[in-house]
Design a protein around this ligand. Sequence first.
Ligand code: ATP
Ligand code: MG
Length: 415
Amino acid sequence: MAIQSLKGTEDMLPRDSYKWHYIEEKWDEICREYGFRELRTPMFERTELFSRGVGDTTDIVQKEMYTFDDKGGRSITLKPEGTSPAVRAFLQNNLYADTQPTKIYYDTPCFRYENTQAGRLREFHQFGIENFGTASMLADAEIIALGHDFLSRMGIEDVELHISSVGCRSCRPVYRTALQDFLRPKYDCLCSTCKSRFDKNPMRILDCKSSEDQELVRGAPMMLDYLCDDCRKDFEDLKSYLDKMGIRYTVDPSIVRGLDYYTKTAFEFITTKLGAQGTVCGGGRYDHLIEEVGGPDMPGVGFGLGKERLLMLMDACGSSFGEAPAPQIFLAWIGDEPKLYALGLLHELRSKGIRADMDTRERNLKGQMKYANKLGAAFTAVIGDDEVASGELTLKNMETSEQTKVRREDLVNAL
Ligand code: ATP
Ligand code: MG
């Protein structure tokens, strides 16, 4: 058996690549419309960027990172998410010295050592967006609107927006104590990971994937009931901004994001169409991340949207991906002289931006026409000695079988 790919990785096949191109184009388009500009960061970073930025009580950092030592003995990690690298680049390139806010977007592979399932891979791809440098809920509303708008442009209807607030440095400690008081009598029954979370970050226990623990946390106090005045006002502002834009949402106090750095706004776009992997997009505010990564005290807000899950969802919704690319014209030939003529014409058409093709296997005419069909060519032209002599081609519309005569010099216009 030839060598196989690693578990949790997928090939993007030529027959599907147009779908990826489609969502990527639309993503670029919408981000630019909303005034965001693209940032690209390296595939790997120093491990401490993630252990420090993402927070070391999350599954992502505790269990899922692809970390290794390079030949120089540095600890390197393949990026498991896009926000921390974006913050690193923002700081390293002094972007924080420009007029704020900084509105950026990206499209990146992410690597997480996960238990693989449909929609849960070890190498997956994310669209992401970040707004650094404003504490206003207008920024949160803007990125939520962008996510909402993007999903609806992608033809996705029954996706629900869930929003919550996870509080801030002043109200979370109060909540944390209340949660610990609630969990303490159940401590012995928690899974070992959750036991270790009890002191460091008990909120993570609410997000444990084990069903026993899910049962134990039922009825736990909720952060939303413990928000301080500032967080409560922000949450009310956010809701009123979403209302103003006509964006429907559900307040869902159970949202606990997978990363430790979130403050205040947390949100997810959730669907029932992807089984257990129902979150297609998730994000929120992280008002101390920039400082934790070594920068000034500056707020930020953003989201990540899984491209594989988006594509699965679009398939499930019967969304359009634009047209699969096919040749506008296919040139077939009979004989040596016509072959050369076809080659010259093919090159000329291509240089003028026409999607033109011929058979590089040199099959007989019947074989060439079968191949043209297989490629889905819109028109074909068969070139023989007569066509070479007259400079006139017969264009055949492959859908209607209609034939029209066209002079070689008029061909580009005719197509
Ligand atoms: P989940 O709760 O499903 O594990 P998460 O909270 O870990 O998701 P984020 O870190 O917020 O996810 O990533 C943003 C988006 O990236 C998710 O909403 C999802 O669409 C996608 N995503 C996350 N992990 C994976 C994965 N292992 N494979 C495919 N897509 C993923
Ligand atoms: Mg996860």
